[in-house]
Design a protein around this ligand. Structure first.
Ligand code: HQG
Length: 184
């Protein structure tokens, strides 16, 4: 390894920015399936964080949400979910559990209850399989609140759900009638 004193979380956040939102910050492109070339990524982030392949591997392995995957021969890397740019990470439509959860901030509740959950800057609305995860997601935005999502009914009524490689449920929108705020 070239250097052991980096804050891997900080580098991981930079990699998230590149692989989900702005590959152009280091002048690279993702292919239609969201893959970046590993050598190009390392060269690009090297101006800021000169890490080698071994450290990148360590970031991918140790990431607390398993945000990234390598392809089989580890020449390519992509984010498993969370993109704002139009890529197809080849997820299959999957039967959701009856109930999924969405953690958000109190201050968004009026708009959410009027318009439903919208993907905002991302390609999909992100839903959690359990309340603990939803609570953590909501806390990122402020005072957390949790919505129960009637995924079973949505499914029956023709909405589709994708399950990301790291266990996040994705759907295009959740109309307000399928939402129930926890504690009400
Ligand atoms: C809210 C993290 C007003 C929505 C997490 C959320 C997740 C509305 C915010 C992943 C709305 C968007 C995604 C409406 C939705 N009116 N606000 N109609 N509809 N919102 O960050 O779900 O750590 O894009 O409730 O763990 O918070 O980055 O989405 O609060 O898996 O890997 O608009 O990001 O993962 O915020 O988080 P985000 P999210 P990472």
């Amino acid at each position: 390894m070239k250097e052991k004193n980096y804050d891997l979380t900080k580098i991981s956040k930079y990699i998230s920015l590149i692989l989900r939102h702005k590959p152009d910050v280091i002048g690279i492109q993702l292919d239609t399936n969201g893959w970046a070339n590993v050598e190009e990524l390392l060269a690009g982030i090297g101006r800021k964080y000169p890490i080698d392949f071994e450290i990148l591997g360590e970031i991918v392995r140790s990431d607390n949400k398993q945000r990234y995957s390598f392809n089989e021969d580890k020449t390519k890397i992509r984010a498993n979910q969370g993109h704002s740019i139009q890529v197809d990470v080849e997820l299959s439509v999957t039967e959701p559990p009856e109930i999924l959860y969405h953690g958000t901030a109190e201050r968004f509740s009026a708009s959410i209850e009027a318009k439903g959950l919208l993907p905002q800057n991302r390609l999909y609305v992100h839903l959690s399989p359990d309340m603990e995860t939803a609570e953590k997601v909501g806390r990122r935005h402020g005072k957390p609140i949790i919505y129960l999502v009637n995924a079973g009914q949505m499914r029956q009524e023709g909405y589709t759900f994708l399950l990301s490689a790291n266990g996040v449920w994705l759907t295009k929108i959740v109309p307000a009638q399928y939402l129930k705020r926890l504690g009400e």
